[in-house]
Each structure stands twice: as structure tokens, then as C-alpha cells.
Design a protein around this ligand. Structure first.
Ligand SMILES: C[S@@+](CC[C@H](N)C(=O)[O-])C[C@H]1O[C@@H](n2cnc3c(N)ncnc32)[C@H](O)[C@@H]1O
Length: 211
């Protein structure tokens, strides 16, 4: 099994880098987030949403437009990303009911202070968390009854694990998890009601909290 090589710099910072990341998302997002949104359509939960590692806000605005959550909070550690995301939402005129919070998914008291959610989701951030088990535990506890946790990320394996065609992608794939890693984390936490799917370059986890 290809060994996991964790990230050293977990967060994406710098005004130039975060602006470039948004431009990359605008250019390629419809393509690489297509499968994520297909899955999101099936989940079909409404109400209060929490997005982890919201980055420059591109997918936040798509989620807001498409699913009209009552409230949407983006949690992000990079203040540069938050600045770009807030500006992007303002330009798109969809800032209503969207709030960005500075912090990490591992911060138990911060997550607790945000209240309960009907849907917690994340795209391409899970592999960067410094403590994935703590992160999942915090998020699971922040779900309302029947609430859903949906983590969408890369899968560790395949050609991109070995081929350094794009440094960012290569490092991300190498730092990502495999279904067996995630299963082990969920067993440690005593979480049983979940579904893990691996599809090509991607892997996702859906956890449902019993009502
Ligand atoms: C690769 S970007 C993904 C951005 C966006 N979600 C997307 O799909 O393109 C990962 C983001 O997660 C943030 N991040 C990484 N670890 C985090 C943590 N432990 N808590 C909160 N945000 C984190 C990074 O700062 C970065 O903005």
C-alpha cells in the first residue's frame, strides 16, 4: 500500500497564492467539483450548513446558489483565504447568511461554539488536517439528529501518487487517505453509520447521525 506522506504546510496562505487558487477554481471548478455536486444532490439535506476548509469561497457560492441553506458557515484557518472568500461572495451578491470563521477543525471548543448543523461538508481539505480523528469527532458531535457529514477528497494511490506532474496535486494525493484508513478512524470513534466510496482520483465519506 502506498505510504501516507503528511503535509508539512497544512494551510494555504499569501495574497498572491490565494488569489491564484480562486482563479484556478473559476477555471477548473466546474470540472473537478462535478462528481462532488452529483453526490451532494443525492444527500439532499437542508437547513444549517458548515463547510470546512472553505478556501477562497468558490464552492461556497455554488452551494449557496444551488441549495439555499438557511445559514452557511465557512471555517478556514487561512485569513488570506477568508479575505478572498468574503470579497468573492460580496462581488457575487450572495453574502446573505454566509459567514466565514477563522479557526481549525481540530479546535473542539470552537466547533462546539458554532452550534449544530444539518450538513457539514468539505472538499479537498481533509488530507491537510493535522489530526483527522479529532476533526471527525468534533464534526460528528456538531451534527443535528439525522445530520450528515460529507467529506470529499483525493484518494491515496493511482498514477498521481507516483507522477509529479503537478506538485500541488502530487503532494495532496500522497497526503490523502484510503478507505481502510478512514474505516479505522471511524472504528476508533465508535461511528457505525457511514458509507465510503472510492472513484478514480477521489474518495468520499458520508456519515449519518442517527435521529
Ligand atoms: C486544498 S484547499 C481546498 C479549498 C476548497 N475547499 C476547494 O475545494 O478547492 C484546503 C483548504 O483547507 C484549509 N485547511 C487545511 N487544514 C485545515 C484545518 N485543520 N482547519 C481548517 N481549515 C483547514 C486550507 O487553508 C485550505 O484553504
Amino acid at each position: 500500500m502506498p505510504a501516507r506522506i503528511p503535509y508539512i504546510n497544512h494551510f494555504i496562505t499569501g495574497k498572491k497564492t490565494t488569489g491564484e487558487y480562486l482563479r484556478m477554481q473559476e477555471w477548473m471548478g466546474k470540472f473537478y467539483l462535478k462528481d462532488f455536486f452529483c453526490k451532494f444532490d443525492q444527500i439532499n439535506n437542508f437547513g444549517r450548513f458548515l463547510e470546512i476548509g472553505s478556501g477562497p469561497g468558490y464552492q461556497t457560492t455554488l452551494v449557496k446558489e444551488k441549495y439555499q441553506p438557511r445559514e452557511l458557515i465557512g471555517l478556514e484557518y487561512s485569513t488570506d483565504m477568508i479575505r478572498v472568500a468574503e470579497e468573492y461572495c460580496w462581488v457575487k451578491r450572495i453574502s446573505d447568511n454566509i459567514k466565514y470563521i477563522h479557526g481549525t477543525v481540530e479546535d473542539k471548543s470552537l466547533i462546539q461554539s458554532l452550534g449544530r448543523f444539518d450538513l457539514i461538508y468539505s472538499t479537498f481539505s481533509f488530507h491537510r488536517w493535522s489530526d483527522a480523528i479529532q476533526g471527525i469527532d468534533n464534526l460528528y458531535k456538531a451534527l443535528n439528529p439525522n445530520g450528515i457529514l460529507f467529506l470529499y477528497d483525493f484518494y491515496r494511490g493511482g498514477l498521481f501518487y507516483y507522477l509529479n506532474v503537478n506538485r500541488g496535486l502530487w503532494e495532496s494525493v500522497r497526503a490523502s487517505y484510503r478507505p481502510e484508513d478512514v474505516r479505522q478512524m471511524l472504528t476508533t470513534l465508535g461511528i457505525e453509520n457511514y458509507f465510503i466510496r472510492h472513484k478514480g482520483l477521489y474518495m468520499d465519506l458520508v456519515v449519518k447521525k442517527e435521529g
